[in-house]
Design a binder for this molecule. Structure first.
Ligand SMILES: [Zn+2]
Length: 129
C-alpha cells in the first residue's frame, strides 16, 4: 500500500481545492470527484496528470494522517477522517472538518490541514518520550 508523504498529500489537497473553487463553486457539479476529474483533464500538464492520477483514494492509499492518533467520534468512537473546505448547514465554509464515516458526525475546525498535521505529529512524538 502506498503511503503519501505529507508534501504529496498537501500538494494534492491544494489541487483539489483549486478544482473545487473552479467547478464546484461555479455550480457545474456538486461532486468533488467529478470536479477534480474535469480539472485534471482540462487544466493540468501531462506531468501533473501523472502525479495526480485521481483524488486520494481511501481504499488503496494511506494519507499522512493514517497512523497518527486522529480524533475519534464522540458518538461511536470511530476514527475521524479529515476533509478540507467543508460547508456546514448554514453554508459557512470551514478550513477543515473531521468526519465520521460511520455515523455522519462532523466536527468543523478552522485549523489548516498543516496545522492539524503538526498537532497530531507533535502529540505522537510526546507519546514516544
Ligand atoms: Zn461516529
Amino acid at each position: 500500500m502506498k503511503k503519501l508523504s505529507f508534501e504529496e498529500f498537501s500538494s494534492r489537497m491544494l489541487e483539489i481545492q483549486k478544482a473545487r473553487k473552479i467547478f464546484v463553486e461555479s455550480g457545474l457539479t456538486n461532486n468533488i470527484s467529478v470536479a477534480f476529474e474535469i480539472y485534471r483533464d482540462l487544466l493540468m500538464s501531462d506531468e501533473d496528470k501523472n502525479k495526480y492520477p485521481e483524488m486520494v483514494n481511501s481504499k488503496s492509499e494511506k494519507t499522512p494522517f493514517d497512523g497518527l492518533d486522529v480524533p475519534k467520534c464522540d458518538e461511536c468512537g470511530n476514527p475521524l477522517r479529515l476533509t478540507i473546505n467543508s460547508k456546514d448547514i448554514e453554508g459557512n465554509t470551514h478550513r477543515t472538518a473531521w468526519k465520521c464515516k460511520k455515523c455522519g458526525m462532523i466536527y468543523y475546525s478552522d485549523k489548516t490541514p498543516t496545522e492539524w498535521y503538526q498537532i497530531l505529529k507533535g502529540a505522537e512524538n510526546e507519546n514516544r518520550k
